[in-house]
Design a protein around this ligand. Structure first.
Ligand code: NAP
Ligand code: ZN
Length: 354
């Protein structure tokens, strides 16, 4: 029997999130059924729910930073049993046989594209997928992660499933490590995980921020300093000195001010996906020092497990502010104002009161 599921959904771009119920599929042979304990609030949830990106399917139940307890498994499931703590991130499926899927980079699936945890096609129930702002989810075992952090840390583990992997993957891909000077642009959900992870990888980390008041936090999180990006003199003292910059900003902005800080052969990788395009950067900033401007999308499932294990080993979780689901619109408003320290996480117990 399908499971009645309670959730919060947006029914239109300008409609506030409100209670919504639907049914999750019965676990199929390779499925894991999870009662959701916590779900992080990613800026992508806001972009999608508010229709800032094209293609939002309504009703929209966001949420792709999910931690919960396994309550049922299909006959063919081998890696999970009832009672286990499990995580689900941004993907719940992919084609499984294209070159990217073969390489464990399911996020770049070349045939069907990855199936999003929300706003993707639901091939079993029809319609589209519903995410983690809900009390229950059913996911193919191949897209479920093992969580080994202490149970007391689970709310702060949830954001690792997107903010953690989205920063870990490019830091690994561009081989960040000891002896390197690394910049993180934007100290929000992604940015604060980027600081923690890059510091744990041994790099010297600097934060670029529009919020001078975040300096003490940046240093506490592992940065050497915070550079206010609007302060041209402070920026100029770091010209041509960075090996790698990870840009997490969720709004269109001037990329040249950061490209100019890269060394010869340095790279700036964009992970923020603003609603409107960035102004085109200057070609000169790229060609004269053979600098690169790149992008990166979340991370594959195997790499997500590697990231969770890395975070466990290094004692890393997210700095969170727990909210009830009824407060989601206030959380979105604060997120738009860069007022989040540093990730909102929904306590799914609050759904029961909805
Ligand atoms: P967030 O928590 O809202 O953090 C974004 C930070 O960017 C803010 O805290 C702020 O930091 C800075 N910022 C905001 N507006 C700015 C502006 N106008 N100019 C300069 N800086 C500004 O968001 P998030 O959840 O980290 O997500 C960041 C972006 O990444 C979003 O666009 C999201 O959709 C995207 N994303 C991409 C992937 C991927 O796979 N590529 C995955 C997840 C999310 P300061 O106060 O320090 O300036
Ligand atoms: Zn996300």
């Amino acid at each position: 029997m399908p499971t009645p599921t309670n959730a919060y959904a947006a029914t239109a771009p300008d409609a506030p999130m409100a209670p919504f119920s639907f049914e999750r599929r019965d676990p199929q042979a390779s499925d894991v059924a999870i009662d959701i304990l916590y779900c992080g609030v990613c800026h992508s949830d806001l972009h999608t729910a508010k229709g800032e990106w094209e293609g939002t399917l309504y009703p929209c139940v966001p949420g792709h930073e999910i931690v919960g307890r396994v309550v049922a498994v299909g006959d063919a499931v081998t890696r999970f049993k009832v009672g286990d703590i499990a995580g689900v991130g941004c993907m719940v499926g992919s084609c499984g046989h294209c070159p990217s899927c073969d390489d464990g980079e399911e996020q770049y699936c070349e045939t069907t594209g990855f199936v999003g945890t929300y706003n993707g096609p639901d091939t079993v129930m029809g319609g589209h997928t519903f995410g983690g702002y809900s009390d229950h989810i059913v996911v193919d075992e191949g897209f479920v992660l093992k969580v080994t952090h202490d149970e007391g840390d689970l709310a702060a583990v949830a954001p690792l499933l997107c903010a953690g992997i989205t920063t870990y993957s490019p830091l690994r891909h561009w081989k960040v490590g000891p002896g390197q000077k690394v910049g993180i642009v934007g100290l929000g959900g992604l940015g604060h995980m980027g600081v923690k992870i890059a510091a744990a990888m041994g790099a010297e980390v600097y934060v670029f921020s529009t919020s001078p008041g975040k300096r003490d936090d940046a240093i506490r999180l592992g940065a050497k300093d915070l550079i206010v990006s609007k302060d041209a003199d402070a920026m100029a003292t770091h010209a041509n000195s960075f090996d790698f910059i990870l840009n997490t900003v969720a709004a269109a902005h001037d990329l040249d001010q950061f490209l100019a800080l890269l060394k010869r052969d340095g790279t700036m990788t964009l992970v923020g996906v603003p609603e409107t395009p960035h102004p085109s950067p200057s070609v000169g900033n790229l060609v004269f020092r053979r600098r690169a401007l790149a992008g990166s999308l979340i991370g594959g499932i195997a790499e997500t497990q590697e990231m969770l294990d890395f975070c466990k080993e290094h004692g890393l979780t997210s700095d969170i502010e727990m909210i009830a689901i009824q407060d989601i619109e206030t959380a979105y408003d604060r997120m738009v104002k860069s007022d989040v320290k540093y990730r909102f996480v929904i306590d799914m117990q609050s759904l029961k009161a909805a």
